[in-house]
Design a protein around this ligand. Structure first.
Ligand code: 6GU
Length: 245
């Protein structure tokens, strides 16, 4: 899968994503990450990319021309119009379902805004998806772009070592993941739950499912409303988050 990140700060994105799992996947050829400097496409002799907003108001806007030409350079190279995500607090909130859907694309353009935003006219022509990473304001789209690349990349087949681990984790089925424990069996006076040492796989699976339901009820009741639960599982949630066993 190919990511094309249109940004005024390409080194920020590249440096942030060349480590760990994503860096290894890129080296293995599963992903390709290209940061494109919008400033390189400025038609202005001073490489200017921003100007004052018509009608007045605070700050500067990124102009349409350099953004459009940067996008066009990608479109011409790949020979078709790619999906183009504009990362903005005005978008829909990014979800795991979006990460999975975006991972099916061969090419994905992510457009990062700066200053007070981008001239609306170019957004109308190139953007297919408006995506936010949450209800707070950041100074630019680079961090959200990095969040998207990470979340989408790990849904690309082969990027995670164990392909199963993408499917049995938090948000799968709108439930949070159950608590996990490793050695030693006792730490700071706290014992690992007995059932996990029992070797009884059916009971372990049931205990984990119950913990997922209770944890989601306690921490993310909004998610639990969307989860598909059996009558027995609904009973666990009803008996309350104090019912820890
Ligand atoms: Cl996608 N961009 C900016 N600038 N701020 C944000 C955001 C995106 N998502 C949440 N806050």
């Amino acid at each position: 899968m190919n990511f094309y990140i249109l940004t005024l700060f390409p080194e920020m994105v590249v440096n942030g994503l060349n480590t760990s799992i994503i860096g290894r996947a890129a080296e293995a050829g599963l992903l390709r990450l290209e940061a494109i400097n919008i400033r390189d496409y400025s038609a202005n002799k001073h490489h200017k990319v921003d100007d004052y907003p018509y009608g007045g108001g605070a700050g500067m806007l990124m102009q349409a021309q350099p953004v459009y030409d940067a996008f066009q350079s990608v479109q011409e190279r790949i020979g078709k119009k790619p999906r183009c995500i504009y990362v903005t607090p005005q978008g829909r909130t990014f979800s795991q379902a979006d990460a999975k859907a975006f991972a099916k694309e061969e090419d994905l353009v992510i457009l990062c805004g700066h200053y007070e935003g981008i001239d609306e006219r170019v957004l109308e022509e190139v953007v297919t998806d408006y995506v936010s990473i949450g209800d707070y304001v950041l100074t630019g789209g680079e961090l959200p772009a990095m969040v998207l690349v990470d979340a989408v990349s790990r849904m690309v087949p082969g990027v995670l070592g164990n392909q199963e681990s993408g499917d049995f984790e938090s948000f799968e089925g709108n439930l949070l993941e159950y608590p996990q424990y490793s050695r030693p069996e006792e730490w700071h006076g706290k014992k690992v739950p007995e059932v996990l040492l029992s070797g009884h796989h059916k009971n372990i699976e049931m205990w984990r499912r119950k913990q997922s339901v209770l944890r989601t009820k306690e921490r993310r009741p909004d998610l639990l409303e969307k989860a598909e639960l059996t009558e027995e599982e609904k009973g666990w949630a009803e008996s309350g988050s104090h019912a820890k066993a």
